[in-house]
Design a binder for this molecule. Sequence first.
Ligand code: KIV
Length: 271
Amino acid sequence: MSTEGNTRVMTTHRLMEMKQSGEKIAMLTAYDYTSAKIIDEAGIDVILVGDSAANVMAGHETTLPITIDQMIYHAQSVMRAVKNPLVVVDMPFGTYQGNSKTAVSNAIRIMKESEADAVKLEGGMEILESVERILSAGIPVMGHLGLTPQSIHKFGTYAVRAKEAGEASRLLEDAVALENAGCFSIVLEKIPAALGRKVAETLQIPVIGIGAGRYVDGQVLVMHDMLGLTTEFSPRFLRRYANLHETCLNAFRQYVNDVKSEDFPSENEQY
Ligand code: KIV
């Protein structure tokens, strides 16, 4: 059997080597073909087809409403674009909590229909059975601890997690349990930098942070936030690399003006 068709260079094994050699891992979200193509061209290591699509693509207040069909649609669009990065797909809310048999069927569906490389699940001990069953099907799993947006109704707030010692030590235990189960990496969201460092130093697998400080093994941001397309969301950890809201607004306004003033189309822009 030939495997020559798959030329993508990033693997879970390579991510582990990056941790060992101290090379930081750069990860971004993407949900569509055009953005994923540009992100790939920029040399990203990992693309996350995040359930944040529920917020930035669909306009929901939380990530809870997104469906498995919608996640697969986004993942397929990304997969058509990428050449190099590893592509991880978020398992949406309700597809893995509570029943590990349903969890593995849903993970298999995501992998089969999207042809992505791995899935990501939010939670620690409480989802361990699902994580183990998905891993036993040969599907790489990325964990996600700290602020886990699918549990927003339990937390009641998007504030920094694990500031208090009890929650911090439970988070560390969860991280160790996920590593022991066989996860290839863990995302830590919105926790103190000192705890991020402790988890990264304790685990052998790469720890990727979003608001988890500078001492972890890599960073992830939501594409729409780092491009400045979203304006209402401004946590301390978010560095904006562009102000595309302003750029797009100016372009759209100019277009409206040009149509109304009959400047567009010009003689040269018609047949
Ligand atoms: O869905 C998402 O974008 C995520 C990141 C915040 C890590 O899970």
